[in-house]
Design a protein around this ligand. Sequence first.
Ligand SMILES: [Zn+2]
Length: 393
Amino acid sequence: MTAAGAPDPRTMARLAEILAFDTVSRSSNLACIDWARAHCEAHGAVTRLDFNEDRTKANMLATFGEGPGGIVLSGHVDVVPVDGQPWTVDPFALTVKDGRAYGRGACDMKGFDAVVMGHVPDYAAAARAAGRPIHVAFTYDEERGCLGIPKLIEAMHGWGIRPDGAVIGEPTMMRLVSSHKGGRIWRCRVTGKAAHSSLTHQAVNAIEYAAAIIARIQQISDRERTQGLRVEGFDVPFTTISTNLFSGGNGSNIVPALAEFLFDYRFVPGFDPETIMADLKGLAAELEGRMKAVAPETGIAFELVNKVPALDAKPTDEIYAMSLALLPDKTVEKVAYGTEASFFQDYGVPSIVCGPGSIEQAHKADEFVALDQLAACDRFIGDLLGTMGRRKV
Ligand SMILES: [Zn+2]
């Protein structure tokens, strides 16, 4: 028996183990994945790994039970660096004091990973009773912009595995998060033609053409703020876009041949992110006509740097309804940060975000998760196992 508010001892044991792996995104995660895989296999799972290109990192999918569908419990195992942060405890070991568990990732999100690993001995029987499988997904490079999860989704497609619902345990203080914005980061490279600044008629000024596109980005930003789609519940209830990095030019008397900038937009669910690029590419085509009339080798190119879909879970989704029924706190939230949940949703797997700890504690020195949060997550996962067989088909 455990005291009320105390985590399952199995969760605490797994937390001590997983915190000890240095899975900072720049390092390999293979030791951690091997550990998780061995534990899952020892309790009856079939495991599948999906490696990155240089085979230094892997995503893991462990499947307990048989048949299509099922529920996937998903977490990333990578963490952000500790360099330069004033830690007072060892970031790669579990320290328990004052009702908190400390360590890098304790909150984001090895606390949830530990709850999921703690319950591994229960999954095979629960899956059998429910008549559908339980999957555990562990991913890499979430902290580098959700780079691992698209690969895992692609692999799951290849394996023919598409669960009925997903819980992504990012820290939400054990409240259900149904929505977050999507994001895109694009690079725009403008290639002009250099000339002495006294000979502008022979040149194509890359900075000036880049500025024309940046001015349009600012117009789009103003339009979305004043007349765009609004989704209440977000701190910023509209789509935002801004140019955040710029380089170009190499002398005060040279017409610049190159300009490059990065812009970023965060769109509310329901907003079609392609409309922004259609607009900008249309403008770029117009500008290119003028540029190429002077020098045919000039041009404007866009490159997608990062992409996170928007999350928009529906109360009618089974995983949403089932989870909300089990959670003591019935608050449903919309958050500003992106997660892996929207990648599952894009794959046709209804997904919610719900996990222990507060995002306020993530990424900081002396990162911690409150023990009562871990205990609440233990209860949630235990109850979910008991409920997933009782759905109406
Ligand atoms: Zn996270």
